[in-house]
Design a protein around this ligand. Structure first.
Ligand code: KG4
Ligand code: ZN
Length: 337
């Protein structure tokens, strides 16, 4: 019959459920939450309420789309953290109840590890090779930025991480300064394609080791806009595409330079990018360029698997199932891991 995992992701503002069988994704449903848009960021209390309203219909749809009966589910995998506690609690409580009622194992998943493991999802339509180990992955999302080293599916080490803002936050906060709606990352990406990335120069931070910092970039972007707006009140409107292209280029440079440093330090050339920001076309192009120059075997996730989704929880759950890494009913979600 194989191993069929029902997976739940609810760490931030997307309620997602997926069915993963033997490493293949049968369904992956994501209910986003428009409610946060007018607030310019995720409102935790509203996120938990929306998860509560969405979780049963999303799971129901995921099972239907997969053509899977509830009796075929081998185990229930859910995001334990990191994330918003109230949001995590909705997913964890649903998962515990489901596993208890069906008398199946419960599997807790680290959200960051799951982002990295998207590269191991199998596909029926194409026989795409999975990364070999050790595997180095730049993880860039709205809440996290770091370089992860995978020794096996279940052994992950953080080689460096941000000391302040995440890369996605840099996109979102700078976008907000330009009057773009939350989350600004995708819109900056779209506008950047029409702009000149050499129009403006923003300095890169000097951070030791394989760590990152983005708060200085946000501040210098703020001061830059403030000064230019004094001379020309329409400066942003007149230069939006060039501002987006220049900002995107510097963020991609900061990220890829550290990834190159990590590859040099470890000698690893099986390289991937993952997380919401890995959808960014500037970052993808910069990664491809580095891969060509350095002979990397590069792994870039499909667009649907960059942002938060339950398929990544399902693939991680699948490997944990094979490793018999199960959780008890006393497991508690953790905002920080
Ligand atoms: O992984 P994710 O869905 O959620 C977290 O775990 O944080 O990442 C969301 C982040 C947001 O900051 C969003 O602006 C950013 O990913 N993002 C992008 C793009 N698509 C999403 N940033 C830049 N370019 C994009 N195309
Ligand atoms: Zn995420």
């Amino acid at each position: 019959m194989g191993v069929t995992i029902l997976a739940i992701e609810s760490s931030c503002d997307d309620t997602s459920a997926a069915v993963v069988r033997d490493g293949y994704v049968l369904s992956n449903l994501i209910a986003g939450q428009e409610v946060h848009r007018s607030y310019g960021g995720v409102v935790p209390e509203l996120a938990s309420r929306a998860h509560q309203a969405n979780i049963v219909p999303v799971v129901d749809q995921a099972l239907k789309r997969a053509g899977t009966d509830i009796s075929e589910i081998s185990a229930l995998a859910f995001t334990r953290g990191p994330g918003l506690l109230g949001s995590l609690l909705v997913g964890a409580s649903f998962a515990k109840g489901f596993a208890l009622a069906r008398n199946i194992p419960l599997i807790e998943v680290n959200h960051l590890q799951a982002h990295v493991l998207v590269h191991f999802i199998k596909r029926k339509e194409e026989n795409r090779p999975a990364p070999g180990f050790p595997f180095l992955c730049l993880l860039v999302s709205g809440g996290h930025t770091g370089i992860m080293l995978l020794k096996s599916h279940l052994e992950m080490e953080t080689l460096g991480s941000t000391i302040d803002d995440a890369a996605g936050e840099a996109f979102d906060k700078c976008g907000k300064l330009m009057g773009l709606p939350y989350p600004a990352g995708p819109e900056i990406d779209r506008l950047a394609s029409q702009g000149n990335k050499n129009a403006f120069k923003f300095s890169k931070p000097s951070v030791p080791d394989l760590n990152f910092s983005f708060s200085g970039l946000k501040t210098s972007f703020l001061y830059f806009l403030r000064d230019r707006l004094k001379e020309d009140p329409d400066f942003i409107a007149r230069n939006k595409a060039d501002l987006c292209a220049s900002l995107q280029a510097v963020i991609a440079d900061i990220l890829i330079e550290k990834l190159i440093a990590a590859s040099k330090a470890t000698g690893i050339r099986e390289i991937g990018i993952a997380g919401g920001v890995s959808a960014n076309s500037g970052l993808r192009n910069r990664a491809r360029e580095a891969a060509r120059e350095r002979g990397w075997k590069l792994f870039i996730p499909d667009p649907g698997l960059t942002t938060d989704n339950a398929a990544m929880i399902g693939i991680t759950g699948y490997y944990k199932y094979l490793g018999k890494e199960f959780a008890g009913q006393d497991i508690a979600p953790q905002a920080r891991l």
